[in-house]
Design a protein around this ligand. Sequence first.
Ligand code: SF4
Ligand SMILES: [Zn+2]
Ligand SMILES: [Zn+2]
Length: 324
Amino acid sequence: MSNFNIFLKQGTCSYCNNSIVIQRKHSGENLCPECFQKNIEKNIYKTISKYEMLKSKDRIIVALSGGKDSISLLYNLNIIQNRTHNSKPIIALIIDEGIKEYREKSIKKAKEFCNKYNIEYKIISFKDKIGKTLDEIINMKRETPDYKYACNYCATIRRRLLNDGAKELGGNILAMGHNLTDFAETYLMNILYKRLDIIANQYFFKEENDEINQFYIKKISPLIRIPEEEIFLYANIKKLDYYPSHCPYREKDPIIRKRVLDFIQECKKYSPEIEFNLLNGFLELSKTLYYHRKKKNHSLCQKCGYPCGNGKICSYCSYLLEFS
Ligand code: SF4
Ligand SMILES: [Zn+2]
Ligand SMILES: [Zn+2]
């Protein structure tokens, strides 16, 4: 992450006379460390309120990896919950995929953070839940003709374990640390692969649906209007102790997702507002698709009973069958 420059820059803050730490190309603002940090915290607060992400009685479960995004999110949500009268304490949910060295170190940071701020946490591992670590799955599948890259297996399994783990902890909200850059990357991937059902499902103002609610917990992403480099800057200014490295599989596998991110970063040089445009485009498209597809019937997975796209078995269960 050393490509982000966190040293003070030339110029004075748009809101006070201090030296600046960032020039925001997408808005033209110059910000000193103090104003920048307040601005990020206000952004998180306003995002929660604008998209009606939380109610005072919610039990929030935060998906915590130990990286800069989830640590910054937990830090802020914990402050918000502590300030909210009669709120329920947050619980952090840590998924241990079983990625040698990388996950061991990031979990250590996640646990230290929770202990420092007195936040309850729970760790759920791939090994305990499905009998294999991600490393074991990759070793088993890598040389086979139907190998689908680590991220495909990992994301599908982790999503289910997070969802079910959050429900078991009594949560009704699962807070994710996705920032604007992650979001733009995922949205563009969904467009490229014509995953219109996923875009429709991500609509922020979905109506309550008891049938779906019995399976899936509501997910929120309060960092969704903050670009990745600003979360990095924020976490460093606040001196939050996070694990600074990326997952090795993301670098190793020739995944399209990585190329899509490189493409967005390249576009940002010429059009700094591009990620915000993608977010705004998503908001409109997801609403249209949601209302258009609402009446579509879901089939239920024959193994786990969860709603699944077209086939008879959901992707989580079909992976479990492959690994057994
Ligand atoms: S980069 Fe891919 S393999 Fe690594 S933790 Fe994320 S989804 Fe899993
Ligand atoms: Zn200032
Ligand atoms: Zn299933």
